[in-house]
Design a binder for this molecule. Structure first.
Ligand SMILES: [Zn+2]
Length: 233
């Protein structure tokens, strides 16, 4: 009888401990202040877009009761390999980016007295996974969950990546990009998320819309929560 009571009490504490140990998601802000990535159709840096979205995503993940580890929110990280190194111990890594287009497809326009480049050809979100990541199955599962959730929320993936990348789950906007350091140096599931194409004149305006940013962050967080099997709000 005493043994049974001890066993029941041990099971209770074990399940409480499991419930308390929420999975941790590392949110990485792509690029740095010194090397800010692409420039938008209106000349705003990709880093600024990445940081705005990463902040909303971190809040949305916390609302899903997931742990969040912020990587490069100050924009001063030293190297690509340092990103997964700082994220070590997390259950999942998402690196936040915004997309551009190859120079040969750029057009030019006058914006605010300046000649800037833009595109009308490529728009939409994309998600990359690396076959060199040691947990490819986990990376793919989360990438597809994020893409599916975004599509259900009304966001559209770009088919453009099919020109250079093999499809992993093209319907949900997921492509292979094996040599991305931030993905293959991670020892746990990892994805690189391109929220949209800031070189696209119309999509840039959508990507600047705070309500839309929050809806997108919510969809990504919900996809991650479902993938990490902790339920939803
Ligand atoms: Zn980028």
């Amino acid at each position: 009888m005493e043994f049974l009571r001890l066993l029941i009490s041990a099971c209770f504490w074990a399940s409480t401990a499991t419930a308390l140990a929420a999975p941790q998601v590392a949110v990485d802000v792509g690029h740095t202040l010194a090397d800010p990535g692409a420039s938008s159709a209106r000349g705003r840096s990709e880093f600024a877009y990445n940081l705005d979205f990463a902040r909303l995503l971190a809040a949305a993940l916390r609302a899903e009761r997931l742990g969040v580890l912020e990587v490069n929110f100050a924009g001063a990280i030293g190297s690509l390999a340092e990103r997964p190194a700082q994220a070590r111990g997390s259950d999942f890594l998402i690196s936040v980016h915004h997309d551009s287009i190859s120079p040969e497809y750029l057009q030019f326009w006058d914006w605010d007295g300046e000649e800037l480049s833009h595109t009308t050809l490529k728009r939409g979100f994309g998600i990359f996974v690396s076959r060199r990541n040691p947990d490819l199955a986990g990376s793919l599962r989360c990438a597809s969950a994020i893409g599916a959730r975004l599509r259900r929320t009304g966001f559209v993936p770009t088919p453009w990546h099919g020109r250079k990348h093999q499809p992993a789950d093209a319907d949900n906007g997921v492509w292979f990009y094996d040599n991305l350091v931030v993905l293959h140096k991670a020892t746990f599931p990892a994805v690189l998320f391109e929220a949209g194409v800031i070189k696209h004149r119309e999509e840039e305006l959508e990507l600047l819309d705070g309500d839309r940013q929050a809806r997108m962050a919510d969809a990504v967080a919900t996809g991650i929560a479902a993938c990490l099997a902790v339920g939803t709000k």
